[in-house]
Design a protein around this ligand. Sequence first.
Ligand code: SAH
Length: 346
Amino acid sequence: MEDIKSMEYDRLQTVLTDMGEKRFRAGQLYDWMHRKLAADYGEMTDLPLSLRSRLERDYPLTVLQTVQVQTSRADGTQKFLFSLGDGELTESVLMRYRHGISVCISSQVGCRMGCRFCASTLDGKKRDLRPSEMLEQVYGISRIVKERVSHVVVMGTGEPLDNYDNLLVFLRLLTEEKGLHISQRNVTVSTCGIVPGIYALAKENLQITLALSLHAPTDEKRRQIMPVANRYGIGELTEACRAYYAATGRRITWEYSLIGGFNDTLQDADALAALARPLSCHINLIPVNPIQERNYAPSSRAVVEAFKNRLEKNKINVTIRREMGRDIDGACGQLRRRQMQRDAKG
Ligand code: SAH
């Protein structure tokens, strides 16, 4: 059965005309699914009842069930645990900033990239998420909070470039003017560094922001925490970043998680600056969020500040990521994992 909420507009039109419907029905249906965010065909009152029941039978709508919502007392960050049609779980986060509401979504159930500090990957990858399942994280949250989501970051569980085709359809539907029409400039896709995916994305003619999780300035160090570094070296990565910037004109963000005593010396900062300078990258520093399964500790505040100052001295544009939602299982994959552990205990 084809997933109707994962269809781009042209495909939807074909499906409806093949059903013997008028073309304008596609516009109505698209509007209900992707702009009015209907959770049910029953809400689509300007579609004939007979059409609604045929759609219900042949194209059941993908919607997620809300399993849990946690709200941070500290900063209003909300973490959502949703269940998918097959009972798998996925998690998403809403963050409130001065410039709007940002939703962080997952792209896969679990992850197979194996980054050592990340909770999402501890049990490997279960499956890819479909475009509709990525969209529904944004739609579901919009329905719950009844506010407009202005920014979307694909930085939750999963490696988006390991689910490339679904990611692309998701990005088109999310930014499509007939739908929520989120500005491409307000969408960020974060990758651990799948080089062919970066080249492919560069050719898609999108204005999204690409974020690269670098986390170490040398291959030798990077390989200790990120298995993907055995496949793609930093030389290849920076070359791919250069190509992406040249093709899109969009500056790349490098994410750098500071792990106490591992990648946080001034020497590391200088090496990082030397890589970032020629590419005009923006660097986002994140004190590593400790997970109980591994003994990585975040760098102290003073070390983080010193690292930032050193980068700035090297003329690098740098921010320290505000740590949001620490009091609510903030790190990637922690919420789903806790729930699965609870379920296993019965
Ligand atoms: N697979 C993609 C996107 C998901 S992870 C990627 O690797 O970019 C989103 C970001 O959170 C990545 O930069 C990742 O390295 C980082 N991250 C994961 N676990 C973390 C933790 N415990 N502390 C700090 N950052 C973490």
